[in-house]
Design a protein around this ligand. Sequence first.
Ligand code: FAD
Length: 481
Amino acid sequence: MEQLQENQLVSELKNVVGDDYVLTSQEDLAVYECDGDTLDVARPDIVVLPGSSAEVASVIKLANSYGVPFTARGAGTGLSGGATTVNGGISLVLTRLTKIVEIDPDNLVAVVQVGATNSSVSKAAEKYGLYFAPDPSSQMASTIGGNIAENAGGPHTLKYGITVNHVNGVKVILPDGSATVFGGKARDCLGLDLLGVFIGSEGTLGVATEVFLRLTPRPESAETMLAFFSTVGSGGEAVSEIVATGVTPAAMEMVDQLTLRAVEDAHHLGLDRDAGAVLIVELDGSKLSIESEKKVVCECALAHGAFGIKWAATDAERAAIWKARKTAFGSLGRIAPNAYVLDGVIPRSKLAEAIRRIAEIGTAHSVTIANIYHAGDGNLHPTLLYRKSNKDEVVRVMQAGREILQLCVTLGGTLSGEHGIGIEKLSEMTFLFSDNDLKAMGWLHEAFNPDGLCNPGKLVPTLKSCGESGTRELLRYKVLS
Ligand SMILES: Cc1cc2nc3c(=O)[nH]c(=O)nc-3n(C[C@H](O)[C@H](O)[C@H](O)COP(=O)(O)OP(=O)(O)OC[C@H]3O[C@@H](n4cnc5c(N)ncnc54)[C@H](O)[C@@H]3O)c2cc1C
């Protein structure tokens, strides 16, 4: 954008949202140049923080009149580069929209603005014995808008499903600045399911400003188990057998030896450093049902060589068990300063094979890979550890990541269980989708976003974007070219 034009736009944006909420200094812009996917860095030209739906609409209309791209951003915890401004333009940050507008316990609905954090919704609903079930591990920071755009999951996805299963409606500002509502306070299923289309569209079809969320009654009781296995494979077999019995735990999470050692070194939780894997199983529901399910879970675990089985006796013990899982990514920072977290999905029965082949890929590329799994639903988080300053290592990490995603697809799975495609997996979409599939997705994009200004360069590859994305030069494409 030319300087004069940019100055005019900045001045008009300030008229809409106020001087304090338009940022243009390089120091300020640097804060918004990437999300949790730090391989993809592209600085916006302007950051705007609107304070209402009406302001969001006005900002989008201004962006249209200047022909400037805009990209919605929540907390920036995304792991696929979704909020990164690959064409520059406006980073439209929604973190001022934090209001919990209404908790309606009779209809099990919360009406919230999109900048509210995931955990703030459950906190507001707590006094009614309700909560918002999708629980990404980033829930203290990530926003409802980001959760909806990425169709976020979490450890309890196994029993409760992903975000799309817990949203009745979304108020949206479309890419031309007009306002609409998909769905509503009550769930409906009339006409085309545009709510379903919008959820998981990664901010490419418009900007959500307010949401009608479905709340879930808190279970009467919950019990949490920790068990060790000599290998990830035997833990995976136990997981498959538990599911095959018909028991659906609320969560089944596993981490491998490299990860559990990093967690133990960081937090001293008393984990067995010699174990090959640690499995966490959580059961919830009535006390009666939990008692019988506990027996089944223990039998399956023991049948596959589990040792050191421990059920939390107190809330503090339960929190300590979850700490082993929830601090896993952070603890890996002890091994290397940078981590590339994948989230491919495989059929649960292929877990042992996937683990073995991921290790082979790591060896072939001399890349250290730690493994964290939402084991119950086959959602893998192979975490490739590296130093960004080492370009050769970056290349090997990207090649290994691509092979792991190819492996997930070959095993009958898919590219992403929850982090989305963003820029990160754009080139790999062709592993899964034919030209015609991608063309159909492109039509949908064009119908919503004909000028391509709303979060360009994400989710659906065009012929051009298979080798590059956006106008900013990204490390991803630089090192691989
Ligand atoms: C430590 C850690 C753990 C994580 N664990 C999980 C996990 O368990 N499960 C999981 O699913 N993810 C997880 N994530 C990924 C991330 O937290 C989620 O994708 C989350 O939903 C992103 O929310 P956000 O507010 O940070 O969105 P951002 O990163 O800011 O944006 C994500 C995408 O949403 C779009 N967007 C944001 N707000 C809006 C809006 N109002 N309207 C339209 N589009 C919008 C953006 O354009 C972008 O494409 C984790 C991330 C980290 C760093």
